[in-house]
Design a protein around this ligand. Sequence first.
Ligand SMILES: O=C(O)[C@H](O)COP(=O)(O)O
Ligand SMILES: [Mg+2]
Length: 415
Amino acid sequence: MTGITYEDFIDLDYEPADDELVCDFRVTPASDMDMESAGSRVASESSNGTWAELQVEGSITDLSATCFDIQGDRIRVAYPDALFEHGNMPQVLSCIAGNILGMKAVERIRLLDCDWPEPLTSSFPGPQYGTSVRSELLDAADRPITATVPKPKVGLSTDQHVQVAYEAWTGGIDLLKDDENLTDQSFNRYEDRLYQSLERRDEAEEETGERKSYLVNVTGTGDQMLERVQMAADAGCEFVMVDVVTAGWAAVQQVRELTEEEGLAIHAHRAMHAAFDRVPDHGVSMRALAQVARLCGVDHIHTGTADLGKLENEDTAGINEWLASDLHGLKDVLPMASGGLHPGLVPELVDRIGTNIGIQAGGGVHGHPDGTHAGAKALRQSIDAAVAGIDIEEYADTHPELRTALDKWGTETPR
Ligand SMILES: O=C(O)[C@H](O)COP(=O)(O)O
Ligand SMILES: [Mg+2]
């Protein structure tokens, strides 16, 4: 029998193997702990140790994580590939972002970043389209794609919803998006909304000569979601939207399997992410959540507005860069900027995070003094100006809808 203690989970001379998952944590140890004691407990609890000294037959170190680096309040932990069930994101997260978040040995702990090794990464499908949605499913070429969400976010009847959709599409918007809390309520049934929206979409495509699509919110329980995805596919929709955090990664993985068969892209809304990432020294960073989403296979994900909108953001530019980076052959993900955007903010947004993005505005379209159609035109005009490098004020001289939007909102960030 061998006794296994915390000390078995720390080795500052250790060099991780290529197939190990390396996680970067920020740690505030409990008041009676130093970083080494805390780091060894993090590695232990997130792999195969516990608080008590264990007596085991033979060696179990094949599955043990190792805290191999401590720099100030940062630690790095290496996890052996055999610890993980390949292709099972809930299981992976139950290791690296499980009990350790509530462990008394740390006052605070945040999973900041992961370096995903090839074997584990390749066990996930990744996105089906990624940024290629711009040309494969839409006609956006190199400009940011545009989306809008009817407001009020819930309460519009199906007839009202599809009328708003039509006005937005014909005003220059590519994607009509359901809001995160609109699914299949009595005032606006999923099935009716889906079919009627796509009928109006076809009209808008004919009128504008541009491809348009609909981010229909399929979020629900497992079977419900799959039924809704199937319905969207059968109706000729190109996208589905999933509230990935509230629905959970198992549901996202199930949806991803079906979208592979049906050729649908997945738009990931991140409602509830802030429960994990808003407190800076605790939880799971948005960067790590975005990584998980990419592995699970979403094509778009909301990553914030680089501090320009109504919501708190964490490193939008850095996360977007990661989503575009090489990841053992997995496709990239198109980052969506959303939350409090309006036309006056677009040039600065593009300046901060570039054009390889989606720009989504709800209030910033439907709050236009002349209504949704004018609001959609103003948003598209602001994007066209930003992409062409034309000053937005100058562009507004010949684009009245943009002028009205600028007169109303200026370039202020809303709250
Ligand atoms: O789901 C979203 O992204 C939000 O509803 C955006 O709405 P807003 O543009 O009005 O902030
Ligand atoms: Mg919303």
